[in-house]
Design a binder for this molecule. Structure first.
Ligand SMILES: [Zn+2]
Length: 287
């Protein structure tokens, strides 16, 4: 395995090497990491592994490796969300299943990469997907990325190999407290507590992490409204679920997503938090 250009921690590296030595690199893998970029790196690496034509995979040098590394290989599909959707649709999964049985274009294998599965892979989509993994087409690799594999169905977990990456950006206490303060003040009558809580969004990286955690709480509230249980913070989620409808929660999750994108594009964080505050309140109070 050529790890050039990849900065995996020792544990991940030796796990990958061990799987390779035993010729057990799985065709269905879940990469679990609190750090989505690290998880994506591992997914790119596995897609190179899947497609490389040399004996020692991934060589990092052949055309398949290079294109896969640049995320520009026709046989590697990064499943994206359809317009205005926050989850992968069942229709999309059905199309993917059909596509998986079509022979690859350039390499001898294909790979499908699903990002952010905790949030995007709905139960319906997982069930559709299960039909495929019962009878998987040969030389097709499925790579699912998530923060916590716990969010996926047991039936999925039993068919996939879970690779846990050590992340230094775990949902730490400070992050969760900040997220809980924000989520907890969204539905307050007064504007001040929310503005104050949003002050925790200081530097770029921290702000994105906190917003991801806020999303987990909003998502928890959605799960509660659907009869499920909260995973991240029950108290904050119950409060939201008591006040907001599903569509309002979805709108707020989208607000967190678009704000994260803006932050990554170097938007002024002060202006952005003021705008977010206004948007959260508009969504809360609109009829
Ligand atoms: Zn190669």
């Amino acid at each position: 395995m050529n790890f050039n250009g990849f900065s995996f921690d020792d544990g991940t590296r030796s796990l990958l090497e061990e799987l390779d030595r035993a010729s057990r690199v799985p065709h269905a893998v879940i990469i679990e990491s609190p750090d989505s970029e690290k998880a994506m790196q591992a997914a790119v690496f596995l897609s190179m592994y899947a497609l490389c034509d040399r004996d020692e995979k991934p060589c990092g040098e052949c055309k398949n490796c290079l294109n896969a590394k640049n995320r520009a290989h026709p046989d590697v599909t990064y499943l994206t969300l359809q317009a205005k959707k926050t989850v992968y649709t069942v229709e999309q999964m059905r199309d993917l299943i059909k596509d998986a049985y079509i022979l690859p274009n350039e390499a001898n294998a294909k790979a499908y990469i699903f990002e952010n599965c905790d949030e995007r892979l709905s139960v319906q989509a997982q069930n559709t997907f299960l039909k495929l993994s019962e009878e998987p087409p040969p030389n097709v690799f499925f790579i699912l990325l998530c923060r916590s594999a716990q969010s996926l169905l047991d039936t999925i977990l039993s068919r996939f190999t879970v690779i846990r990456l050590k992340g230094d950006k775990a949902l730490d206490k400070e992050l969760l407290t900040a997220a809980r303060d924000i989520a907890g003040s969204i539905t307050e009558n007064r504007e001040y507590p929310l503005l104050k809580a949003l002050n925790a969004l200081t530097d770029k990286e921290k702000a994105c992490d906190i917003l991801s955690a806020v999303k987990l709480i909003l998502r928890d509230a959605l799960v509660i409204l659907s009869g499920g249980e909260a995973r991240t913070d029950e108290e904050a989620a119950l409060k939201l679920a008591g006040r907001l409808t599903k569509s309002k929660l979805i709108e707020m999750i989208e607000l967190c997503d678009s704000s994260s994108v803006n932050i990554k594009q170097n938007a002024n964080i002060n202006l952005l938090t003021t705008r977010m505050c206004g948007e959260f309140r508009r969504i809360t109070w609109q009829r």
